[in-house]
Design a binder for this molecule. Structure first.
Ligand code: SAH
Ligand code: DHB
Ligand code: MG
Length: 220
């Protein structure tokens, strides 16, 4: 099945289920204009994240990998007024664009963007309340460490979602030399080995090609 078909179905889904939204559209436009890599989740995927936050009743969200804040806006919009979202971004240029997009979305009071390499900023969060929802979407080789941090910063019932775990099917290649694939495979091994986690992964096709999400819930 060709990419054009996946695009057509994403257009169909968007036309029916994703009302026109100038704030989200403007964020994507601003990100492209600023030369950010086109790694934002798709609109339908953003809505999925938004629904997962609503379904889980999450009030405190941790996002690792902000880019221009497109996924941040989808996640943050599902929070109650008193909720909060901390998002981590290493690249100062990405962080600047994201701050503007997040403010334009009216989420500046609920979103805290922490600039810096996530493995250096995550230790500062151990003094915070545990998170209810963690979205892992930064440098893929660090996924195993991000999972360990997500667990450290979680409570029983915390939902963990990771983006880009299928990578055109390379996930199934046990000899892949690609550090991103290796990172994601180690992330799967770590989930499998952890008796506190119940997890699955779902392959996706759409405007972002062939990829997938992993989703896990932390047990007691
Ligand atoms: N979640 C975004 C996409 C994130 S793309 C969305 O869907 O809209 C991945 C982001 O992770 C990039 O902006 C990249 O700069 C950032 N990143 C890469 N390495 C990082 C690190 N070590 N710490 C924090 N962010 C990192
Ligand atoms: C990559 C990262 C992403 O977050 C994404 O959505 C797509 C690709 C990457 O690093 O290759
Ligand atoms: Mg991603």
């Amino acid at each position: 099945m060709p990419q054009s078909r996946w695009d057509a179905v994403d257009r169909y889904i968007g036309d029916r289920l994703l009302p026109f939204d100038s704030v989200l559209d403007e964020a994507l436009r601003a990100n492209a204009q600023a030369g950010l890599p086109p790694h934002d989740v798709s609109p339908a995927q953003g809505k999925l994240l938004n629904l997962l936050v609503s379904m889980s009743g999450a009030r405190r969200i941790l996002e690792i990998g902000t880019l221009g804040g497109y996924s941040t806006i989808w996640l943050g919009r599902a929070l109650p007024e008193s909720g909060c979202l901390i998002t981590l971004e290493a690249d100062p240029h990405h962080a600047n664009i994201a701050r503007t997009n997040i403010a334009r979305a009216g989420l500046a009071s609920r979103v805290d963007l922490i600039e810096g390499a996530a493995l250096e900023t995550l230790p500062k969060l151990t003094f915070e309340q545990p998170f209810d929802f963690v979205f892992i979407d930064a440098d893929k080789p660090s996924n195993p460490q991000y999972l360990a941090w997500a667990l450290k910063l979680s409570r029983p019932g915390t939902v963990i979602v990771a983006d880009n775990v299928v990578r055109d099917g390379a996930l199934a290649d046990d000899h892949s030399p690609d550090p991103k694939v290796r990172g994601v495979r180690q992330f799967f091994d770590a989930m499998a080995a952890n008796p506190r986690l119940e997890a699955t992964a779902i392959q996706t096709v759409g405007t972002k090609g062939y990829d997938g999400f992993a989703i896990a819930i932390v047990g007691g």
